[in-house]
Design a protein around this ligand. Structure first.
Ligand code: HEM
Length: 201
């Protein structure tokens, strides 16, 4: 692999691992949670921590399954990832809808969770019916929805730096949609642009 590729992938891998482990550890180490999230935790003392652990694991498992394409481990790790995403997605819905920070953000997170699980379901359905190209397309789009968890935190971090406090709720609502919506659109456009290659598979 070319050096420039490592130079891009290594920091990305470190960032993904950091966010994933931080997410998992926040399931028990959450004293620093802002009030809005602490309230959710009090209301959903099992569901929310389960979401944090399975969400964190999804960030590690999804890239791993993609890396394992073409090996006999792809199927095995893929099944574990699918169960994990299902649990993270189902638990995301009550976490999103209970005492939401804003109604727009709640709708964004809930739509993200449903889209995430739907793409996973379609991906599994396609491969069970032998449609490799469609399976690949669904799983790449599912992975781009997963990346929303990274972009969400990235934009939140940037906002803390440069954002105007009185617009926080507007920003938060937008972040809950754009963090996963933009990567999904980019992936869908890229898949469409390269579909002739996929059809040859
Ligand atoms: C992709 C679908 C996902 C959805 C729909 C979703 C939804 C949510 C929602 C609604 C909240 C509460 C925030 C709020 O209501 O304002 C939350 C918090 C959280 N989620 Fe997820 N999540 C997803 C994926 C992930 C992933 C991949 C991780 C891995 C790090 C993760 C880890 C967490 C953690 C640690 C929190 C606690 C607060 C924080 O650190 O921001 N979630 N999630």
């Amino acid at each position: 692999m070319a050096v420039w590729r490592w130079l891009t992938l290594a920091p990305l891998g470190v960032f993904v691992t950091y966010v994933a482990l931080r997410g998992i550890s926040e399931s028990w180490d959450n004293d620093g949670f802002p009030e809005a999230l602490a309230v959710k935790l009090e209301l959903l003392p099992i569901i929310f921590p389960v979401h944090m652990v399975t969400g964190g694991l999804a960030l590690l498992l999804v890239p791993l399954v993609l890396v394992l394409r073409g090996t006999r481990w792809h199927r095995f790790v893929g099944r574990i990832a699918a169960i994990d995403i299902l649990v993270a997605g189902v638990t995301a819905i009550p976490v999103a809808l209970n005492i939401p920070v804003t109604k727009i953000s709640a709708a964004g997170f809930a739509t993200q969770g449903i889209t995430w699980m739907a793409l996973l379901g379609f991906g599994i359905w396609h491969i069970r019916n032998g449609r490799v190209a469609s399976h690949r397309a669904c799983m790449l789009m599912m992975a781009s929805v997963t990346s929303g968890a990274l972009f969400f935190r990235l934009y939140l971090g940037l906002w803390k730096w440069v954002g105007v406090p009185k617009y926080f709720y507007t920003f938060y609502g937008l972040d809950a949609w754009l963090a996963w919506g933009l990567p999904l659109i980019v992936m869908a456009v890229w898949l469409r642009a390269t579909r002739w290659k996929l059809l040859q598979r």
